[in-house]
Ligand binder design. Sequence first.
Ligand SMILES: *Cc1c(COP(=O)(O)O)cnc(C)c1O
Length: 430
Amino acid sequence: MKHSGELAAMYQEMGISPKVAGFGNKILEELAERFCEIDETAEYNQLKVLQAMQKNQVSEACLLGTTGYGYNDLGRDTLEAVYADVFHTEDALVRPQITCGTHALALALMSNLRPGDELLSPVGKPYDTLEEVIGIRPSRGSLAEYGVTYRQVDLLPDGSFDYENIRKAVNERTRLVTIQRSKGYQTRPTLSVSRIGELIAFIKGIRPDVICMVDNCYGEFVETLEPTDVGADMAVGSLIKNPGGGLAPIGGYIAGQKSCVENAAYRLTSPGLGKEVGASLGILPQFYQGLFLAPTVTAGALKGAIFAANIYERLGFLVVPDGSESRHDIIQAVTFGTPEGVTAFCEGIQAAAPVDSHVTPEPWDMPGYDAKVIMAAGAFVSGSSIELSADGPIREPYAVYFQGGLTWQHAKFGILKSLQALVDKKIVQI
Ligand SMILES: *Cc1c(COP(=O)(O)O)cnc(C)c1O
């Protein structure tokens, strides 16, 4: 490489020892083919997004916002049509008034379930913050308080679906099935879109009228297909993860069947008003441009996850997914087995950030979580996890969850920084 001497000197200046940089580069050499496949997926998804924007005639006028009630907000309505086309659904709700992923999921659930209905998770425990939405952990305003019951069927020990018990769990009150694509704070495998499709087909085979919702957080644009391409009635996610492309400063989406999306809109705003109100203010340029960048941003994050998996696998740690398996979200779990390992890793990621690189992350009691959580995030958008970030609950098995990176080059630097921190603290030897 023409500038390799210059580059090596720059890494050293930025606190990466030649030994750590060399270790990383050696691993990188083995990943060329996989990185090519990721670029190809990004290319496909880039065209998919572009096609949806062109088909819906996104125009300069769409980038202007509305104020007040937001009636006839061309940009908002067109963006929702673009999302519906990207996800191949009848409709979509994409709003800055949806404050985060948990809110989008709570909205989809609370608007499509009625007292006396039952919610089923056939893939084990849902994401931590949903425990309070559902009422698994008693909480004010939960679905349980409104008389919606909950049933759960865990995955089998080998990670496969427990079809026998799922069949038993589906009953005449089952109204909605929630399927979480990503692993969340667990070490189970992430579900591929094709496995999600198999599960949905099985459930629809028992009860065709049950609504199948997929928590799509962290999964968007990782594959060429989305859950809505394989039978999901709704896909739900956060705009400060993949589909916001790092530019959306807030927001969530629900893409799906018209009736499901409308239910959500009537709950988000008000019965009778639905999608007709909700000013977009000045946010639409970031929503559009973020979606446009999302396929390549996701690709960069995915490369970072694979790089991290291979580094820490080589050093003998349990990594999920492992260094060679196929990817269905951008999360990488590394089990360090000690709080010190988790902390050192997060300190390294923080030190690599463009914002707040000088602060030291500490474990804290985050709302919605039942253990202390340490988070490394030096992001342009507060808490954004499509930007380079890492977090881990301080509890057994002391695993850290790493994700994001707006560019592959930044993800690579962050991972090398984390390795350097572990080497400096003598937690690992290379
Ligand atoms: C991040 C995440 C959520 C919640 O999203 P927030 O924006 O943090 O509220 C829900 N489910 C999964 C799988 C997630 O990764």
